[in-house]
Each structure stands twice: as C-alpha cells, then as structure tokens.
Design a protein around this ligand. Structure first.
Ligand SMILES: NC(=O)c1ccc[n+]([C@@H]2O[C@H](COP(=O)([O-])OP(=O)(O)OC[C@H]3O[C@@H](n4cnc5c(N)ncnc54)[C@H](OP(=O)(O)O)[C@@H]3O)[C@@H](O)[C@H]2O)c1
Length: 185
C-alpha cells in the first residue's frame, strides 16, 4: 500500500448493553435510531461520516439479512464475504472468498480509503483476530437482550484501544469511537 493511500478499517456495529448484535430470532426492533444528541454530548458527525465511507464490507449472513430488511448501503461499493455462490443483486456488490488479509491488501486497500466493516459477529471477529481493524465505532443500545449473537465472542487476541469520542443521546444510546493503540516497545 502506498503512503498516499492509507486506508482505515472501521468496525461499526450496534450492540445491546450486554454485548449482543442480534437476537436469536433475528428481529431488529430492539435497535432504534439514536435520536437527538444529548445537549452536553460531544460531536455529532453523523451525515458527514456516512458520506465519507468509500466501501462497506460484510459477512454473507449480514448481507442476506440486509436484503430482507431493505438495502441500507445505497450505491456505495460493498464487498460480501462468502464461500457460496450467492445471487448478485446490485452492481455495487462484489463477493469475496478466502484470505481476509489478502482481501484487505489486494482488493480493498488499493481502491478505498475509508472502509467500513459492518458485521456480523463472525466476520468482525475474524478481522479482529488478524489485527485488521483500525477503528471501532460501537453504538450501544440501552437494552439488555439476555441472549443472542455475541459481538466479540472469542476473537483470541488482546488489543488496546484509544477512546477518541463519545456521543450520548437523549434516548439512552451511546456511541463510542476507538482507534487502535499501537504499543511502542
Ligand atoms: N447490530 C448490528 O449492528 C449488526 C451488524 C451486522 C449484522 N448484524 C446481525 O448479525 C447477524 C449475522 O452475523 P453472523 O455473525 O451470523 O454472520 P456474518 O459475519 O454476517 O457472516 C458470516 C459468513 O460470512 C462468510 N465469511 C466469513 N469469513 C469469510 C471468509 N474469510 N471467506 C469467505 N466467506 C467468509 C461466511 O459465509 P458463507 O456461509 O456464505 O460461506 C460466513 O458464514 C444477522 O442477524 C445480522 O442482522 C447485526
């Protein structure tokens, strides 16, 4: 990767307070829109951030769920990881199978600067395990689900994160933004 094109991978997900990103029945009513920013909160860069996303990356199960719910990624280039032959639904979607480090190095990084990894848990944990996540934006919903799909599971690697920003919303949502802290030894 050339220094002129330094790409960043941001893991962005909505989690319950007890760490789940999906209920067992896949229903999403527990996820509300964040609503108004809390008066004393910090930046609200929502619209600008969405516009600056160059590419989405998602696992096949998230892809299939997004198709059912209504495609939320517009015409932004989207890479779906799958080992299956999935039906191509949109020109902006391409499928990828194989080594995720190679995906980043050879497919994503040469083309895209601001890469958003939007789930699910399986793909997110794989990216974390390989140390491929630069930033985490975690939207925490004010609900405990009690059961479901764990966001982090056993990614098997300890990493330190630097808190960059916190936005608290009046309806109880909280967005935490972290960047990976590089330990200099
Ligand atoms: N709360 C949130 O913000 C949020 C965000 C995203 C998703 N979700 C929810 O999470 C659930 C889906 O998450 P999930 O963890 O079950 O699945 P997932 O991570 O979306 O998808 C897993 C699939 O990705 C494919 N995959 C992963 N690594 C691969 C690789 N290296 N090469 C090729 N394919 C690879 C495999 O697909 P194949 O089986 O096709 O080979 C695997 O079964 C859904 O309910 C979704 O709605 C919630």
């Amino acid at each position: 990767m050339s220094s002129a094109m330094r790409s960043t991978v941001t893991l962005h997900v909505v989690s319950s307070l007890d760490g789940f990103i999906a209920k067992k029945d896949n229903s999403v009513s527990w996820m509300d829109s964040p609503g108004d920013v809390y008066e004393r909160g910090v930046t609200d860069d929502g619209a600008e951030v969405i516009q600056s996303i160059d590419c989405y990356v998602l696992g096949s199960r998230t892809y299939e769920h997004a198709l059912q719910l209504g495609w939320p990624y517009g015409d932004t280039p989207t890479v779906v990881a799958t080992n299956r032959e999935l039906r191509s639904t949109r020109d902006s979607v391409q499928f990828y199978s194989g080594d995720l480090k190679k995906l980043l190095r050879e497919v994503l990084a040469p083309r895209y600067r601001n890469i958003w990894l939007v789930g699910g848990a399986i793909l997110g944990q794989s990216f974390l395990r390989f140390g491929l996540v630069d930033e985490i934006r975690l939207m925490i919903a004010p609900v405990t689900l009690g059961a479901g799909l764990h966001l982090f599971g056993d990614s098997g690697i300890e990493q330190n994160w630097h808190l960059k920003n916190v936005v608290a919303y009046k309806n109880g949502y909280l967005e935490l933004s972290y960047s990976r802290r590089t330990i200099v030894s």
